[in-house]
Design a binder for this molecule. Structure first.
Ligand code: PHB
Length: 389
């Protein structure tokens, strides 16, 4: 009898600790590119989340925050859809997050709507994404948001003729169309445009066309990472710099994570973007330290890591404000009104559009202490996505 009671007491004690903690766990399903040519996207997002948890811990208001990762393996709408469904049905996540590439975000939007699950976009940057579901909130940027300032800056600084090169899918088409419209409105001339495939582009023939057209500058949008390295290699080999052609671009080209691998040909390139590892602020210093403490120093944080860091801050605030009871509508109310001082500067979600309002910096690639950085020298504060104004 005593023995039985003892066993019951032990079982009860175990029940009171373990399942109670489990019931309070909030799960975030991170849908990202963790393998294939875009594997750095998932890694950067996860590393940004780890930096956030390094500073703020993995619990908020008594609720443990668990990240469940799923790999899309690249731009694969079918896989993105399947893993998002698994996260909701099997893992019972309360939030979806991540999404490096537009096709993956677009494929999951209807699932967020049907299941009323908040979907925190940490990179995918085609303007239309937030219109695909009322449960989407974006912590990154849109290509039009970064590109209008580039066109404005170029026009004011003597650039009169441009050739555009853009990746042939959502964000590239947004960047190309926005640049052409804004640049022409400022009196500029477009001497040619080319779209390159998203998968395995071979840049040499495109770069040659640019050279033959003799523009003052080439405007380039390529998805962050390896493609920028390949583009700059062709640009260098074909002697475009010697021919006097300048490169201007949204900051995806000079992604902090690959900048050093581009070497000297990237020096002096001017881009517009929301984050540089060289941004001088106490928040960025704390972020860089936490990022290195959590992930080691072989990887430099880029704009995807920062968007993931801020997206996590918003998820933590939502869990705290709702005491862990995550109802889709109520969660969206908190997420839509989120504001913070990010490592990139002050940011706020615009509740009308669920897009982030942020400073767009004009930066020049320079060498500092032996490393290449996007050094900010001008800025456009409080920029909204221009397609929704
Ligand atoms: C996207 O697929 O939306 C995307 C990918 C990489 C970028 C920007 C946008 O650098």
């Amino acid at each position: 009898m005593t023995k039985t009671l003892g066993a019951v007491a032990t079982a009860l004690a175990a029940w009171m600790t373990a399942p109670a903690a489990l019931a309070d766990t909030i799960k975030v399903g991170l849908v990202g590119e963790f393998s294939g040519p875009f594997a750095d996207y998932g890694k950067e997002m996860m590393a940004g989340i780890k930096a956030y948890q390094k500073i703020h811990g993995d619990t908020v208001g008594g609720h443990k925050i668990e990240i469940v990762t799923k790999d899309t393996t690249g731009p694969s709408p079918e896989i993105a859809k399947r893993v998002a469904q698994e996260l909701i049905v099997q893992d019972k996540v309360q939030f979806l997050a991540g999404f490096g590439l537009t096709p993956n975000a677009m494929a999951v939007a209807p699932i967020a709507t049907q299941s009323k699950t908040p979907m925190v976009v940490m990179n995918a940057a085609t303007a239309a994404i937030t219109t695909a579901s009322p449960y989407i909130v974006r912590f990154s940027f849109t290509l039009p948001q970064m590109t209008v300032p580039m066109a404005t800056w170029a026009s004011k600084n003597g650039v009169k003729s441009v050739y555009t090169v853009a990746s042939d899918y959502g964000p590239g088409i947004d960047a190309e169309e926005t640049f052409i419209k804004a640049f022409k409105a400022n009196g500029g001339t477009i001497v040619g445009s080319v779209r390159v495939p998203l998968k395995s582009p071979e840049f040499a023939p495109f770069v040659q066309r640019v050279k033959d057209a003799k523009p003052q500058a080439v405007f380039v949008f390529l998805p962050a990472g390896e493609q920028g390295i390949a583009f700059m290699k062709s640009f260098n080999e074909r002697g475009l710099a010697q021919a006097g052609i300048k490169v201007i671009a949204p900051g995806d080209l000079t992604d902090d994570n690959v900048l050093d691998a581009m070497g000297d040909p990237i020096l002096g390139v001017i881009t517009t973007h929301n984050y540089s590892a060289a941004h001088d602020s106490p928040e960025n210093k704390a972020f860089l330290k936490a990022f290195a403490d959590a992930n080691g120093t072989s990887m430099r944080p880029n704009f995807m890591a920062v968007a993931a860091y801020d997206g996590m801050a918003a998820i933590y605030e939502t869990v705290r404000k709702l005491n862990g009871k995550i109802d889709g509508e109520k969660a969206m109310d908190v997420l839509k009104n989120f504001k913070t001082t990010s490592p990139r500067g002050a940011v706020a979600i615009d509740p009308a559009t669920r897009e982030i309002v942020e400073t767009v910096y004009v930066r020049r690639v320079e060498r500092r202490d032996g490393k290449l950085y996007n050094v900010e020298f001008d800025s456009f504060p409080n920029v909204k996505d221009p397609t929704k104004e």
